[in-house]
Design a protein around this ligand. Structure first.
Ligand SMILES: [Zn+2]
Length: 163
């Protein structure tokens, strides 16, 4: 059974910096919880997760998830599930790759995660090269928006060349 209560997760706050900690271990691929969806909006803010092209939702406790370029969870926005990306130890901080759900973020920041594949500027998928995105799990709406962007670029190039 999938837990919707999220009792296995706790939010730790230190100097106003929030982290989401797991109280139990998870195996790679295991469903950790259902993503809560509260008041859906058409614009993002610092606490929302993008779930479709113009849909951003508050996610309750999961708003404490920080970004990592080498994350241990993925947010499956099609099925609204948080899933372990690898084996996770009890007491570990949970993190996901923000551009996997966010096309264009309202509050970009510099990442200091230290991963060898760190993207440094976290501003949303539209600002990342395809080669970087390909190495990460991506939500369906991000893949679709990426294809739209590529098609628009192709058409734009055709127009320039035909002049
Ligand atoms: Zn990073």
């Amino acid at each position: 059974m999938v837990s919707t209560t999220m009792e296995t997760l706790s939010v730790r706050t230190e100097n106003k910096f929030r982290t989401l900690i797991t109280k139990q271990t998870y195996k790679k691929g295991e469903v950790i919880c259902v993503m809560p969806s509260e008041n859906i909006m058409d614009k993002p803010n610092r606490f929302t997760v993008q779930i479709a092209k113009d849909k951003h939702t508050h996610v309750g406790k999961l708003a404490a998830l920080n970004h990592s370029c080498d994350p241990n969870v993925i947010l499956d926005t099609e099925n609204m599930l948080m899933i372990a990306r690898r084996d996770i130890e009890k007491g570990e901080e949970l993190s996901f790759f923000y551009p996997s759900t966010e096309w264009e973020m309202q509050a970009p920041f510099i990442c200091l995660c230290g991963a060898t594949n760190c993207i440094h500027v976290v501003a949303g998928a539209r600002f990342l090269p395809l080669s970087t995105l390909e190495t990460q799990y991506l939500s369906k709406h991000i893949r679709e928006q990426m294809i739209d962007l590529l098609n628009n670029t192709k058409q734009h190039l055709k127009k320039i060349q035909s002049k």
